[in-house]
Design a protein around this ligand. Sequence first.
Ligand SMILES: [Zn+2]
Length: 202
Amino acid sequence: MGNRAKAALLLEEGYRKILEAFEIMGYPVKTDDNFTETSGRAARAMLEAVRPTAEIQEELDQMLGRTFSARYDEMVISKHNVSFGMCPHHLLPVIYRISIAYLPGQRVLGISKLSRLVHLLARRPVLQEDLTQELATLLFERLETRGSAAYVEGLHLCMASRGIEAHEARVVTSAVRGVFRDQPATRQEFLDLVTAPQLNLL
Ligand SMILES: [Zn+2]
């Protein structure tokens, strides 16, 4: 049995326990048919939100293995990608808005790949700080760029769903490498682009 199948079974077992707890808390888990297949459904949903690391690694290698010769040397930016992740402290969802950028070296990544990269790496139970650093490092080191940057805003449901003051809590993290770190003007250009008020194009 593969790791994904093993994980699915364990998750289903775990969700059955959660439902038992709900029953003790007074919810009609046994009699309301909305709960009939919940443990299996919840397990599948969790496996979409958190993907096995081996799958992520494989997809990442494929993605970074197909690059194009750079024909320009200006900043490439993929802005405001809405992605979903999971906080490792509470296992509750995080809704991210992620912008990444790089200054090409010899090779560039197809522009749609940047969004895929963001979605791929977000779907893990990792801290927002670590996700931000990893995105910047990956674009800098594996793509051998002159510099890279990541700007991540996270709406953490663990914060938003508890306590009145935290309802609007957004966590903002950023990371810069290479030219973005060494040249304040480049970093500022990136920050201005990703934090500018958005005009709706569609
Ligand atoms: Zn949390």
